[in-house]
Design a protein around this ligand. Structure first.
Ligand code: COA
Length: 175
């Protein structure tokens, strides 16, 4: 039997349920102890899939998936949604299935996103991570990003500090 290696490709609307599944599972694992249990336990794959259909069909943004076969991870990128000034592109979301983390999929997804952003002249690029998600900070630092700024993000009626990381020259390194 031939075993297919994971491939990175652009998402289509049929990937929405697979992306939602990875997102809900990964949020529940990564943010347990950071965000309220009631919020995490209330995440719903079907509701999330509806939102992902809209994101995937938005031509101003790109969602790449790692297809294993089956969705292993995903990354959405597009124009920067705010401060700091000067960063034109943003990695909006990146999640890899808990059982598949640490195998290089995240690095491959960031590189694919950066390639698309550079082609659209949406560089330099930044990404926001919850202040408490220190593992993600390590991942972005390993790819050459620098800590930029902090802001507060509203989730489930509470405010959580987030840290911005940027690639001022627009290209990830290392990984
Ligand atoms: C963060 C995430 C996307 C990274 O994807 P990944 O496939 O696990 O990462 P990679 O295997 O490509 O790691 C690349 C490099 O980042 C660094 N890195 C990865 N995980 C790290 C960690 N937990 N702590 C410190 N550095 C880390 C390492 O240097 C690694 O290189 P190495 O494998 O040679 O050691 C993934 O782990 C994930 O989904 N985490 C949970 C969700 C999350 O935090 N998403 C980001 C929200 S802002």
């Amino acid at each position: 039997m031939r075993v297919l290696a994971p491939q990175i490709r652009t998402a289509s609307s049929g990937d929405a349920p697979g992306i939602a599944h990875v997102q809900v599972l990964t949020w529940q694992q990564t943010y347990r102890g950071i965000l309220p249990d009631a919020f995490l336990d209330g995440l719903d794959v079907e509701r999330s899939a509806e939102s992902w259909r809209a994101v995937i069909s938005d031509r101003r943004r790109i969602t790449h998936v790692v297809d294993g076969p089956g969705i292993i991870g995903f990354c959405t990128a597009g124009p920067s949604r705010g401060d700091p000034i000067g960063f034109r592109g943003e990695v909006e979301a990146i999640y890899v299935h808990p059982a598949e983390q640490g195998r290089g999929h995240g690095t491959a997804l960031v590189r694919a996103a950066m390639g698309w952003l550079a082609a659209k002249r949406l560089s330099p690029v930044l990404v926001w991570a919850l202040e408490a998600n220190t593992r993600a900070h390590g991942f972005y630092r390993a790819l050459g990003a620098h800590r930029l700024d902090t802001r507060l993000l509203r989730i489930a009626d509470a405010l959580y500090p987030e840290v911005g990381f940027g690639w001022p020259d627009g290209s990830p390194t290392g990984g």
